[in-house]
Design a protein around this ligand. Sequence first.
Ligand SMILES: Nc1ncnc2c1ncn2[C@@H]1O[C@H](COP(=O)(O)OP(=O)(O)O)[C@@H](O)[C@H]1O
Ligand SMILES: [Mg+2]
Length: 289
Amino acid sequence: MAKIIAIANQKGGVGKTTTAINLSACLAAAERRTLLLDLDPQGNASIGLGLEKDKFAQLNIYHALIGEESIENCLYRTELPGLDICPSDNNLIGAEIELVSAFAREGKLKAALEPIMDKYDYIIIDCAPSLNILAVNALNAAHSFLVPMQTEFLAMEGLSQLLNTVRLIRASLNPQLELEGILLTMYDSRNNLSKLVAQDLMNHFKDDIMKSIIPRNVKLSECPSHGKPIILYDIASKGSEAYLSLAKEVILKTEGKKEAAALAKPAMKAVLPDAPPRIPSFDDYEIQQ
Ligand SMILES: Nc1ncnc2c1ncn2[C@@H]1O[C@H](COP(=O)(O)OP(=O)(O)O)[C@@H](O)[C@H]1O
Ligand SMILES: [Mg+2]
C-alpha cells in the first residue's frame, strides 16, 4: 500500500513544489512506483514535469475530487519510468468552493485515492500555500507530512498555524498523521544568515529536522522550465545529490535499512539513458550529516 506524504507549508516560495517534483523523481529512480499529486491550483508541479496544460484540462485532480471521474482516468505517465502525475490547474479553485458545502468534505481526497493505493509505493502531494479545505483533505489522506523551510529570516513564520491545523486533524480525522520531518531548503553555506537560521532551526526542532539539506542551487530553479526533474536535467548537480539523499532518507525511514540497501546501480542507469558517462549511483549518496 502506498505511503502518502503531503508536502505542506502555507508560506509560499519555500520549496514545496521543487521538493514534491524532485523527491518524487528520486523515489521513482530508486524503483519505487511513485505518484506526484498536484493539489495546487497554480499547477506548478504539473507544468514543471513537462505536462501541457490543454492535454489535461478535462481530466485532472479536480475531476477526481468532485467525483466526476475516477482518479485512474486522471493519471499521466512522465518521462521518468515509474513516475506518474495527477495534475491540477486553476479549476481546482472551483473545488475549494464546491467542497465547502459537500458532505464529508474533508475526506474527498482520501476516498478518491482509495482505488490506487496498491498501484503505488509512494504518493507525494504538492500542497498549495494555504490552509484551506484542500490542505485539510491532503493532511487527512496523508500518512505523514514534510515541511520545507527556507533558511532565511522569518522561516518559522506561520508554522504554528500549520502545526495547529495538524493538531486539530489528528484529534478529529487522522490520528495517525506523522511528521515526516522539517526540510531545510535553499541553504547557502556562504551566507551567514542562512547558516544562522539553519542552526536556529536545528536547535529548535532537533531530531525533527531531516538530515538531508537542500542547498540553493541554480540548476534546481532552471529545471522546471525544461519540464524535467533535476536528475534528468543535471544528475551531477548539488541539487540532484541533495534530493537523492532526501529520497534515500525517506525510504530508510519508511522501509528500513535492508530495502534501502537494495537500491541498485542498474536501476539508476536504466532510467537515465542519456546521463553523463559517470552516473552517480543512488548508493553513492550517503545521507548528509
Ligand atoms: N534549492 C533551491 N535552489 C534554488 N532555487 C530554488 C530552490 N528551491 C526552490 N527554488 C526556486 O524558488 C522558487 C520557489 O520554489 P517553489 O518550489 O515553487 O516553492 P513553493 O512551492 O513553496 O511556493 C521557484 O522559483 C524555485 O525554482
Ligand atoms: Mg508550489
